[in-house]
Write a protein that binds this ligand. Structure first.
Ligand code: MG
Length: 198
């Protein structure tokens, strides 16, 4: 089977890392609990920044955020490694820019993620992602962005949304933890029932 993954905030916890970096840079101690109350992707509000200031803050720290010690979500690494062991194909499809593309690929490898050279695609805006996912003929695709997933619902690819505070309004097959997936005897992917939310 062919599995596609968004990277940021799907496989790795970029927002949490950014939150720590904002605290350090701004010499603040905003508790991490505040991050998990935000109902939008942007994280600047608890730091008292408006959208312009928040955008500037993100751009000025983006590189540091991406290539510092961002943590994979629990189980993500093991899940992808297991897929490869079982002979499945893995594709990464990220909006990260060309400037960060190659470095991101290496960063993933350094973290232990299985990355084949021609299975890594950067610079994908949402619309491009959608076309690309269709072209790659993926069987499964995972993202935290509702827009991409919603558009793919009509397609044959099975989509899953990584549960985040900013995507809860969307009704899509949802998972909280990478530990919730298992591969069936039939080679298909299943989500443990106790975790399935409506
Ligand atoms: Mg993402």
């Amino acid at each position: 089977m062919r599995f596609g993954f968004d990277i940021d905030d799907t496989l790795i916890n970029v927002r949490e890392q950014a939150f720590h970096i904002y605290n350090k840079k701004l010499n603040k101690q905003v508790p991490i609990e505040e991050l998990y109350k935000i109902e939008r992707l942007e994280i600047h509000e608890p730091f008292g920044m408006n959208d312009d200031e928040g955008g500037q803050m993100w751009r000025s720290t983006e590189e540091e955020i991406y290539f510092s010690d961002v943590q994979p979500f629990p189980g993500a690494l093991e899940f992808l490694q297991r897929l490869v062991e079982k002979g499945h194909k893995i594709f990464y499809i990220t909006a990260r820019s060309k400037r960060h593309g190659d470095r991101t690929k290496q960063w993933l490898r350094d973290k232990g993620f299985p990355v084949e050279d021609d299975h890594f695609f950067w610079g994908m805006k949402d619309e491009e992602k959608i076309n690309f996912i269709k072209k790659l003929k993926l069987d499964y695709y995972f993202d935290d962005s509702p827009y991409v997933l919603k558009t793919l619902l009509e397609e044959s690819v099975q989509v899953f949304i990584k549960d985040q505070t900013y995507n809860r309004a969307i009704n899509l097959p949802r998972f909280e933890s990478w530990h919730d997936f298992y591969l069936g005897e039939d080679g298909k992917l299943y989500l443990s029932e106790k975790q399935t939310k409506s």
